[in-house]
Design a protein around this ligand. Structure first.
Ligand code: PMP
Length: 456
């Protein structure tokens, strides 16, 4: 594709190294330059409108044109555009938001620590749990377990928790002390005829074997997304979390729920931890916390985590951790307004209704020759593409079919995201049933178009 000299596309190619992009290919194809947003739609600079079927990056819960968030930001900017929380300093928005998060937490929580991204939040959890182990006189308890296909971020530590090959390859990751157990992906990993319950038992047994191999006393925590997002929207099989939780409890290992995608209604309750009765000791959240209008993330810790940390900081004289913009007043004010909107409009109940409709519409595509599986909960789903249903295989190399169909979708006016050969759907929570219908109709047309192109 050629772009006019000096066009935004040409200037982007000239100066911008993109996240999660093939930098060489980008020189040929350039970017989709988005100019404005409105409800569930975004518009590009050429006047084309797209349904944003991923809510940006699983994040714009209240849609792309919520004036109340703009107003909340402007108000706070005028009053106090920045302050920090180091050295006993605080401000109204961060106090209100900490109190609010504790009041709606899925299980009783003690304190909230603020960060700017999901990666920083998970990184912070790893550091705080190391600190806690030292405080408890258990210096050997420093290992972490996460899962294959997990996504917990991209810093050296959080990328190590992530269980996706492209986050490790050529970055020399994972770092020492991070171990991965099997992913709970029933469609992909279960043995022929293995029920969800039997598969969940096998997942828990594999976790227990890993714990015993490493030494239970060396393991600080298990990290898990209630529903895995970037790994392909992996829905936990029936009984999975109760079995995992039982293994962790048996060995005194903490559970960290990474609610960065699931938090604030996505699965049909306020928290994925509630949908799946996870009972975590630490909850990490971001994205729909502010509908990503501004960067903010948070981690909530329970008393068993807070108390030793408090003692250790007292012994040392400070908790030597914190980000300049952590708990930024403008981001916190936007998050508070965003949570108020979610509650006032009962968007969580709306997700249950409109989500059920989306799941029904998507599941109706299961018989399409290019669809291997449709899975989802609430308002998050994946359609797994295949060219051979029985063998559960897509085109070679893996990801080619997914990228092709995502490309067709975009040509037809839907921005989706292919993760390998799974197409994810995670639209803004304000989406209506009619808009779901429009989105799924375009998906269906795209599948048919792909079938024509592939002549299958
Ligand atoms: N955890 C989960 C579950 C995520 O989905 C993401 C981002 N997609 C992250 C952590 C990392 O968040 P960030 O990109 O803000 O660092």
């Amino acid at each position: 594709m050629t772009h006019a000299p000096n066009s935004p596309e040409a200037r982007d190619i000239a100066h911008h190294l993109h996240a999660y992009t093939d930098a060489r290919r980008h020189q040929e194809v350039g970017p989709l330059v988005v100019e404005r947003g409105e409800g569930i739609y975004v518009h590009d600079i050429h006047g084309r409108r797209y349904i944003e079927a991923m809510a940006g990056l699983w994040s714009v819960g209240v849609g792309f044109s919520e004036e109340r968030l703009v107003e909340a930001a402007a108000r706070q900017m005028r009053q106090l555009p920045f302050y920090h929380t180091f050295g006993h300093k605080s401000h109204g928005p961060v106090i209100d938001l900490a109190e609010k998060l504790v009041s709606i937490a899925p299980v009783p929580m003690s304190k909230v620590f603020f960060t700017n991204s999901g990666s920083e939040a998970n990184d912070t959890v790893m550091k705080l749990l190391r600190y806690r182990s030292n405080a408890l006189g258990e210096p050997q308890r420093k290992k972490f377990i996460s899962r294959m296909r997990a996504y917990h971020g991209v810093t050296l530590a959080s990328a190590s928790l992530t269980g996706l090959p492209n986050n490790h390859r050529s970055f020399d990751l994972p770092i020492e002390g991070v171990h991965h157990t099997m992913s709970p992906h029933h469609w992909r990993e279960a043995m022929p005829g293995e029920s969800e319950e039997a598969f969940a038992t096998r997942c828990a047994e594999e976790l227990e074997a890993l714990i015993l191999r490493e030494g239970p006393e060396t393991i600080a925590a298990f990290f898990g997304e209630p529903v895995m997002g970037a790994g392909g929207v992996v829905i936990p099989p029936a009984t999975y979390w109760e079995k995992i939780r039982a293994v962790l409890a048996k060995y005194g290992i903490l559970l960290v729920a990474d609610e960065v995608i699931c938090g604030f209604g996505r699965t049909g309750t306020m928290w994925g931890s509630t949908t799946y009765a996870m009972k975590p000791n630490v909850v990490v959240c971001s994205k729909q916390l502010s509908s990503s209008y501004l960067p903010i993330s948070a981690l909530m810790i329970d008393e068993t985590v807070f108390e030793p940390i408090a003692d250790e900081s007292n012994r040392i004289g400070t908790l030597g951790h914190g980000f300049t913009a952590g708990g930024h007043p403008v981001a916190a004010a936007v998050a508070l307004e965003n949570l108020a909107i979610i509650e006032e409009r009962d968007l969580v109940a709306h997700v249950r209704t409109v989500g059920a409709h989306m799941q029904k519409r998507l599941r109706a595509l299961a018989d399409h020759p290019l669809v291997g599986e449709v899975r989802g909960v609430g308002l998050i789903a994946a359609v797994e593409m295949v060219t051979d249903k029985a063998a559960k295989k897509a085109l070679d190399p893996a990801g080619k079919l997914g990228a092709m169909i995502a490309g067709i979708l975009q040509e037809k006016g839907v921005v989706g995201r292919a993760m390998g050969d799974a197409l994810a759907f995670c639209p803004p929570m304000i989406i209506t049933e009619a808009q779901v219908d429009a989105m799924v109709d375009i998906l269906e047309a795209s599948l048919d178009e792909a079938r024509r192109r592939l002549a299958v």
